[in-house]
Ligand binder design. Structure first.
Ligand SMILES: [Zn+2]
Length: 298
């Protein structure tokens, strides 16, 4: 998906360049220019200054031409970032693939642990279940709104740069260079959000099947926490490694401040005994050992 995103931003840059070559018209001035900086930020955070030469260029554009140009910029962003629209957004292919993968993993895990599950469940049945289809339908809404925010934020950012450039007489070449840098900032945010959407869909599918298997077959299921145990893993994520939680507890965890961002933990469905311990007790011991090693090593 990252490659797809990179290609989309590259296409945006090409399309904007063609647009600017055609419509950002005017002439160079033979006077001494002065330094001036674009101040860019995202919702007040992450301030950045981009130094350029001002007073070098006189734009020959009417207010209407400028307004038309800004509208064309928005159309280019939307064409690439919101392709397919709310019903058929390009990014959904990746999200749906992760939801299917999560369902497949849950299916494999539970099949290995329970004869009852294995004999009474097929993957096809799970993927065509109303629950799975509902997950995809609700991801469609949130994914579209995430990308809408990305496109709208980029539009606001570029609008400010273009109107300032015209007002201050920053030449088109320097203006385009600042815009290119701002698109890189937008792209890295887009990648973060895409990663969160994909991992979110994968997890959600695992949680869902954990609950549904319990409902459908009366199995006692829980979620076994697996942390990536990287050096950068947050301690309160690592400390959960090898422990069993209810789906509710896991959902609550991810609803809290920032836990879902940059998280490489996963949770797999496990069959439990009546006392809540893991049916296959070898797993629990092995994971507890890993958790202690991480703690000692960090
Ligand atoms: Zn984590």
């Amino acid at each position: 998906m990252f490659r797809d995103i990179e290609e989309r931003y590259l296409s945006i840059k090409w399309a904007l360049k063609a647009l600017f070559d055609q419509r950002l018209t005017g002439r160079e001035r033979e006077v001494n220019s002065h330094n001036w900086s674009f101040l860019c930020h995202d919702n007040g955070a992450d301030m950045r200054l981009y130094q350029v030469n001002a007073g070098k260029f006189i734009y020959d554009m009417s207010a209407q031409e400028l307004a038309d140009l800004l509208e064309a910029v928005q159309a280019i962003l939307d064409d690439h970032l919101l392709e397919g629209g709310e019903q058929n957004l390009w990014a959904m292919d990746y999200v749906v693939a992760e939801a299917r993968r999560g369902t497949l993993e849950a299916y494999n895990n539970l099949s290995q642990q329970s004869q009852v599950y294995a004999s009474q469940t097929t993957l096809q049945q799970l993927l065509s279940s109303p629950g799975h289809l509902n997950q995809v339908a609700s991801a469609r809404l949130t994914t579209f709104s995430d990308w809408k925010v990305i496109s709208d934020t980029a539009r606001g950012d570029l609008t400010n740069i273009i109107t300032d450039a015209v007002a201050r007489g920053v030449n088109p070449r320097e203006t385009a260079s600042v815009i290119s840098k701002r698109l890189d900032v937008s792209m890295s945010k887009a990648k973060n959000i895409a990663q969160t959407e994909q991992v979110g869909a994968l997890r959600q599918a695992q949680w869902n099947e954990t609950d549904w298997a319990a409902d459908r077959l009366g199995l006692n299921t829980g979620l076994l926490w697996l942390s990536a145990l990287k050096p950068t893993t947050r301690t309160w994520h690592a400390s959960r490694h090898g422990k069993v939680y209810t789906t509710e507890e896991v959902r609550d965890f991810y609803a809290e401040n920032g836990n879902r961002y940059n998280c490489y933990c996963s949770q797999i469905p496990v069959l439990l005994n009546d006392d809540g311990s893991i049916f296959n007790d070898g797993i629990a011991e092995k994971l507890e050992k890993e958790r202690k090693q991480w703690k000692n090593g960090s």
